[in-house]
Design a binder for this molecule. Structure first.
Ligand SMILES: C[S@@+](CC[C@H](N)C(=O)[O-])C[C@H]1O[C@@H](n2cnc3c(N)ncnc32)[C@H](O)[C@@H]1O
Length: 291
């Protein structure tokens, strides 16, 4: 007797974390990078990663079963389209995303039942402080998170830039702009545009090399601060599609890029020193403020 479809679907959903965890293990061990030069056996991969071959084989076989990595007839594993983005440095890499979402953020799901009961954020309780404060004290995790954001939101940013004409924008400010990759994409498309990258001090401290690599550092001011609200002072403020701060600035489709920045109702005053520093940075980047 065939199983009813909803039960089957639900069963797969219940065990979906098996796949998620196996992807994390493969990313953490850099299996995709170890396969960059061609197929390898589980024994060879285990030796390269310094782990036990049999459990690694079982993890990779499970992944191959859902189409991530492929198994050759001789049992060796090779890269395939779903495994390719797990390489650390490829143009489409989401390696950092796989690692970042597999560590603290994954473990915090254990706390969600308690969060539902109390309303308290699981991350704060389980890791001792809010997420971004935690990253401020854990440089390696913060670096991986920056990479995760850069790797995951780039396509959305490209789509936004395709969809909207920013040629009238003198200066674009990236609020909660992370390592600056999205701002750099915009500046790359508009050679006369200037930028202001705004984020937490430890984040913007890592941004300069990325802006330089993109060839836009000379046109982009970097401002460090911690805001609870995004300011109205910038002529254009983006957080990117993937930003947790996007909700502060999300605008109806069609109005996002051309009419300046408005904070959401109730968030229209931001009298902090951070705001005025960002305003100064915008002015010295020779922007004409439109808000
Ligand atoms: C989800 S990430 C998005 C990063 C970037 N916009 C992107 O899409 O790649 C949110 C960003 O907001 C920044 N952020 C969080 N709290 C902040 C605060 N209080 N003030 C300024 N930036 C903050 C974080 O450091 C992080 O870079």
């Amino acid at each position: 007797m065939s199983e009813p479809q909803p039960r089957h679907q639900l069963t797969r959903m219940i065990t979906a974390y098996w796949t998620s965890r196996a992807i994390y293990v493969a990313a953490k061990l850099r299996v995709a990078d170890h396969l960059a030069d061609g197929p390898r056996s589980a024994e060879e991969l285990a030796a390269a990663a310094g782990v036990a071959p049999r459990p690694l084989y079982r993890v990779l076989r499970a992944l191959a079963g859902v189409g991530i990595f492929a198994r050759e007839a001789d049992g060796r594993f090779r890269l395939n389209p779903l495994a390719e983005p797990l390489r650390e440095d490829g143009p489409e890499s989401i390696w950092a995303y796989a690692v970042a979402y597999g560590e603290e953020m994954y473990r915090c799901w254990d706390g969600v039942p308690e969060t539902v009961r109390t309303g308290e954020p699981a991350f704060d309780r389980m890791c001792g402080r809010p997420f971004f404060a935690y990253l401020g004290e854990h440089p390696e995790q913060a670096r991986i998170f920056d990479g995760a954001m850069a790797g995951s939101s780039g396509r959305a940013m490209e789509a936004m830039l395709d969809a909207y004409d920013l040629s009238g924008v003198g200066t674009l400010a990236g609020g909660g702009g992370g390592g600056g990759s999205n701002l750099a994409r915009a500046l790359g498309r508009y050679p006369a545009m200037r930028g202001v990258l705004f984020d937490l001090p430890h984040v913007v401290g890592r941004a300069r090399p990325r802006l330089e690599a993109a060839g836009v550092a000379g046109r982009c001011a970097v401002e460090a601060g911690a805001s609870s609200r995004l300011p109205q002072v910038a002529p254009m403020l983006i957080c990117s599609a993937a930003s947790s701060m996007t909700g502060m600035t999300r605008r109806p489709a069609g109005s996002w890029p051309t009419s300046g920045v408005r904070c959401r109702p109730g968030r229209d005053s931001w009298p902090s020193s951070t705001s005025s520093r960002l305003a100064t940075a915008c002015r010295s980047a020779s922007c004409s403020t439109s808000t």
